[in-house]
Design a protein around this ligand. Structure first.
Ligand code: ZN
Length: 215
């Protein structure tokens, strides 16, 4: 129970500190949310999206799953995306991967991990498509890091193909799509791709990949 007491204690401190600097904060927040960001991240406990970006409650809509996947048949993700884009009208959708991602690591190997293998099939597919690029690295760490990046880029591309984003772009140039990787050992976000605001931007960003690996 010590663990639980610790987080409940921290929660009381959190509420007290915010109320101290802004007495009406929670009442206003309960009324409505107007987040500018939808963050799609990995479920990994070392990647606390709100903490590492310093946002306050109400500023970020969040979806997390193993290896930050954007799978077109995932109703959970699509529901979050639709609500974020069509109701909350977020300005930015960010796919955030991270180094040393266990999900991507599992997809690097040919071992079987049970149910999660189905979930990670897309990452394995990315690994296959980029086989030559990955094989050119001398060290496994570099291959791992690059596959984390390629996985993020692939998910940004998948996002751009969803009818939700396509329809939103027809109405105006938002949301902007971005892809980032979080470094566990330095706590920093690295931007891989940014400001994708329509089909032309998608074409430009993925032109090389389309020719080389057929996206
Ligand atoms: Zn991960």
């Amino acid at each position: 129970m010590e663990d639980l007491e610790r987080i409940l204690d921290n929660n009381r401190t959190f509420a007290r500190e915010i109320t101290k600097t802004d007495p009406g904060f929670f009442e206003r927040n309960a009324g409505k949310q107007e987040p500018h960001f939808l963050f799609i991240g990995c479920a990994d406990s070392r990647v606390p999206l709100e903490m590492l970006t310093g946002v306050l409650p109400g500023e970020m809509f969040v979806h997390r799953n193993i290896a930050n996947q954007v799978i077109p048949a995932d109703l959970n993700l699509l529901s979050v995306l639709q609500y974020a884009v069509e109701v909350l009208d977020v300005k930015h959708v960010i796919v955030c991967g991270h180094l040393q991602c266990g999900g991507v690591g599992a997809a690097m190997s040919d071992n079987s991990y049970g149910l999660v293998d189905h979930w990670l099939a897309g990452v394995r597919e990315t690994r296959r498509r980029h086989h030559d690029e990955l094989a050119a690295f001398q060290h496994n760490d570099e291959r791992f890091e690059r596959l984390v990046e390629l996985n993020v880029l692939r998910q940004v591309h998948s996002l751009s193909r969803t009818p939700i984003v396509q329809e939103a772009w027809k109405r105006g140039a938002r949301p902007l799509l971005h892809g980032m990787v979080y470094g566990l050992s330095d706590g920093l976000l690295k931007v891989l791709i940014s400001g994708i605001d329509g089909q032309d931007a998608v074409r430009r960003a993925f032109e090389t990949d389309r020719k080389r690996v057929g996206y």
